[in-house]
Design a protein around this ligand. Structure first.
Ligand code: NDP
Ligand code: HSE
Length: 432
């Protein structure tokens, strides 16, 4: 029998507990021994979580888990940096293996934690930290171990995807859908992490660390969330055959790595466009395997609990066999690669100008775009209101981000442009 102890009994904690208790028999049958959840520490031991626990399992004393000599695996499910980091480091110091879903912590302090674990000869399981129920960590570490990863594109925040889907399909207001996502257990304790793209960036940092073997500085990742996406842009994009998704992108270009999270317009016929609601998807381009796509529930108690339990089982099997983990996380990178400056990336763009409906206005705008080497792919004026501002939607061919920002700055100063221009990056390979 292997004993596990858990800290944190919220959404993921209850999902994990349910699986460990209800699927105890099937787990025993599959692995040949018992996984025993011995203790759960949480702040409020009186809150009803809808699960009947064996007598004495619940405690408000975290040290009862961290210092219990019979507990070999500590599962951290409280989230945030402090005190989660202290608890994990203490568990490692006490010779315990750790399982965590804490992407915020691993994205910022991952190297310190992985180094401490390797020095202590214990494992860190973190399957639940990215894309909930999709076993994407195992895919990159083990399934694609032979590949040089060229690019990773992911919809890896269930909350944002749920909000964008409801705004697209049902025209529901942003704030109403966010409340829904919180009630359904998808959102972080602080939901600005979800809607401002930070949670996606945490997960991207972890995926890129594994894909390229380099712990990139989290603060160098370009991050833009969905809070400024308006129903108007979703509708215009839809009329043009596109959808708006919050994409996390890691790709190697010109010896540098692009790491960016931002709303992205993608053709409706892309598989990833069909990933709706709280679902996540990760597309990986490897030099040997080519393209692969992984899809599933990215948030919520049971899918994430399943990922946590799979880590517990993996580690328990390693303990029983007395072997080390199969593919360790690199803590001393063999190469130093920089994150590409956002100004140097190239992309296609969607612009929505708020321009006066008057002859000659389009030529003024296209003149500025031309001066910055931005070539127009298509233009649509939405509506007709002579002498008033109307939305003018422009799709471009590939352009440099720096040129786009300078062009927009200049265009927004034109007397015929009445409001700030909206721009959204477009990923559409067929346009290239
Ligand atoms: P919740 O807020 O639902 O649960 C957090 C739990 O931690 C609560 O039970 C809380 O106690 C407990 N807790 C907080 N601080 C302490 C402390 N100092 N000591 C002891 N217990 C503490 O969070 P989630 O379950 O949603 O998330 C947990 C982790 O999983 C986070 O890192 C999150 O990012 C990650 N994650 C979440 C997913 C999801 O779908 N929700 C998916 C993937 C990852 P109490 O309830 O007693 O007050
Ligand atoms: N808040 C996260 C999301 C939970 O919405 O994707 C899963 O990591």
């Amino acid at each position: 029998m292997i004993n596990a102890g858990m800290i944190g009994f919220g959404t993921v904690g209850t999902g994990t507990t349910k699986i460990l208790l209800e699927n105890r028999d099937i787990l025993r049958e599959r692995i040949g021994f018992e996984i025993n959840l011995k203790k759960i520490a949480t702040r409020d031991i009186h809150k009803d979580r809808g699960i009947k626990l064996p007598e004495g399992m619940l405690t408000s004393d975290v040290d009862a888990v961290l210092n219990d000599p019979d507990i070999q695996i500590v599962v951290e499910l409280i989230g945030g940096i402090i005190p989660a980091k202290d608890y994990i480091l203490k568990a490692i110091k006490n010779g315990k293996h750790v399982v965590t879903a804490n992407k915020a912590l691993l994205a910022t302090d991952g190297v310190e934690i992985f180094t401490a674990a390797q020095n202590a000869g214990v494992e860190i399981g973190f399957e639940a930290s990215v894309a909930g129920g999709i076993p994407i960590i195992k895919v990159i570490r083990e399934g694609l171990v032979a590949d040089r990863i060229k690019a990773v594109y992911g919809i890896i925040n269930g909350t944002s995807n749920y909000i964008l889907t409801k705004m697209t399909d049902e025209n529901v207001e942003f704030s109403v859908v966010l409340k829904d996502a919180q009630q359904l257990g998808y959102a972080e304790a602080d939901p600005t992490l979800d809607i401002e793209g930070i949670d996606s960036a945490h997960k991207l940092a972890i995926l890129a660390y594994l894909a390229y073997g380099i712990p990139f500085p989290f603060n160098d990742i370009y991050i833009e969330g969905i809070s400024n996406i308006s129903p108007q842009d979703i509708n215009f994009a839809s009329d043009l055959g596109y959808k708006v998704k919050l994409l996390a992108i890691a790709k190697e270009t010109d010896g540098e790595i692009e790491l960016r999270v931002h709303p992205t317009i993608i053709p409706k016929n892309y598989l990833i466009s069909k990933v709706d609601g709280p679902f996540n998807a990760v597309y990986i381009d490897g030099d040997a395997t080519g393209s692969t796509l992984y899809y599933g529930r990215g948030a919520g108690a049971m899918p994430t609990g399943s990922a946590v339990v799979s880590d517990i089982v993996n580690i328990a099997r390693d303990i029983r066999k007395n072997v080390a983990e199969r593919v360790p996380v690199v803590v001393k990178p063999a190469r130093d690669v920089r994150i590409k400056n956002m100004n140097d990336i190239t992309s296609m763009y969607y612009f929505r100008f708020s321009a006066l409906d008057r002859p000659g206005v389009l030529s003024k705008i296209s003149g500025v775009l031309g001066n910055y080497n931005i070539s127009i792919a298509s233009v649509i004026q939405k509506g007709r209101r002579v002498g008033e501002a109307v939305p003018l939607v422009v799709l471009t061919h590939e352009a440099k981000e720096k040129d786009v920002r300078m062009a927009i700055e200049e265009i927004d100063r034109l007397p015929v442009v009445m409001d700030r221009t909206v721009f959204i990056r477009v990923e559409d390979k067929e346009e290239n």
